[in-house]
Design a protein around this ligand. Structure first.
Ligand SMILES: [Zn+2]
Length: 336
């Protein structure tokens, strides 16, 4: 049987990654343009289309496909901040230099007549896991992405949940601690304020202020030395330090695990998932996060869900998930 091909586009604040994706989840070719160089949608999409045209013209040498017609593609899938599946628009994304209500679907349809599907990046990651990754055999799961923010995509009964507004699945903005830390959304105490990369750094620096850095940290390999200023501390440094046994870093991740485990247990009550997948930079720390997270999850889980939902890591490669997820979104308009 002949393979089919789709385009996956990940719109990031800094770069836009574009990939030609074969239906067996192989990214045949990929390229990138700097999102920050654009202030208008038209030239931005024109330049993306130029990249796509070059990719399809090269075909898929591995499969002996010399070239692929633009309208032979199964579609163009786009994962973008504030991307709305219903309207095909990106709606006032704060971290994009192209401002306003941006009708991506309409703009791409000036060039192609194939389906153009848009959703936010966390929904794309969830659907990528469903079509290409570890959730292939599941009809009920949640994907939580930890990074600069905390995003989530929810699949229930085999369908990605969009809700009445097209923006369902914002577990990162569930309020975890009333009147807690200020969140990027302007409210207080959201999960994101505690378990995003920024939240993790804040927890570490608060602990450091409260408890002081242990004296031996200055000469222990991998620990965060007292000489390093708060402003220079990154989430990755805390993760590495936690794995090296730095007690402040270990305690930071224990707290993050407890918060996230509680949030996962709460999430089970509304969609009874078979699994909750995690992905993103802060999850790479491994056991210092996962052990307290699983303990907190089990301890807080309602009885009827016990033993029915697993916490798992995304099965997709970190540098591929955004493109694969975006390409997977096309199935939302071409199947069911
Ligand atoms: Zn929030």
């Amino acid at each position: 049987m002949q393979n089919s091909y789709a385009i996956g586009i990940d719109v990031g604040g800094t770069n836009t990654d574009i990939g030609l994706v074969r239906d067996d989840s192989k990214i045949v070719s990929r390229s990138s343009i700097p999102t920050g160089n654009y202030s208008l949608l038209e030239p931005y999409v024109a330049d993306i289309m130029e990249q796509i045209s070059a990719m399809v013209a090269q075909g898929d040498p591995e499969k002996g496909v010399k070239s692929i017609g633009l309208n032979e593609l199964t579609g163009i899938g786009i994962g973008a901040p504030n991307g709305n599946f219903y309207t095909g628009c990106v709606e006032w994304a704060p971290n994009l230099t192209i401002k306003g209500l941006l009708n991506f679907e309409e703009e791409f349809h000036k060039y192609v007549s194939i389906p153009v599907v848009l959703s936010n990046d966390a929904n794309a990651a969830a659907y990528g896991e469903y079509v290409y990754g570890g959730a292939k055999w599941m009809d009920h799961f949640i994907m939580i992405t930890l990074g600069t923010g905390v995003g989530s995509g929810i699949v229930v009964d085999g369908r990605l949940v969009h809700g009445s507004t097209g923006t369902a699945g914002e577990l990162g903005h569930n309020i975890l601690i009333p009147d807690g830390r200020r969140c990027s959304c302007g409210r207080k105490g959201c999960l994101e304020a505690y378990t995003s990369a920024r939240g993790i750094v804040q927890t570490y620096t608060e602990l450091r202020k409260e408890k002081g850095v242990p004296a031996e940290a200055a000469h222990m390999a991998g620990w965060i030395a007292p000489a390093i200023e708060d402003k220079d501390i990154t989430c990755k440094m805390i993760g590495d330090a936690a794995n090296a046994g730095d007690p402040l870093a270990v305690e930071t991740y224990r707290k993050v695990g407890e918060w996230l485990g509680l949030a996962c247990a709460n999430a089970c009550t509304f969609s009874a998932p078979q699994a909750i997948f995690l992905m993103g930079g802060p999850t790479k720390v491994g056991d210092p996060l996962l052990i307290p997270l699983k303990e907190s999850f089990e301890a807080n889980l309602l009885n009827i869900y016990k033993g029915k939902c697993e916490i798992r890591m995304s099965q997709l490669a970190a540098n591929e998930v955004a493109i694969l997820g975006a390409a997977a979104l096309i199935r939302l308009k071409t199947t069911k």
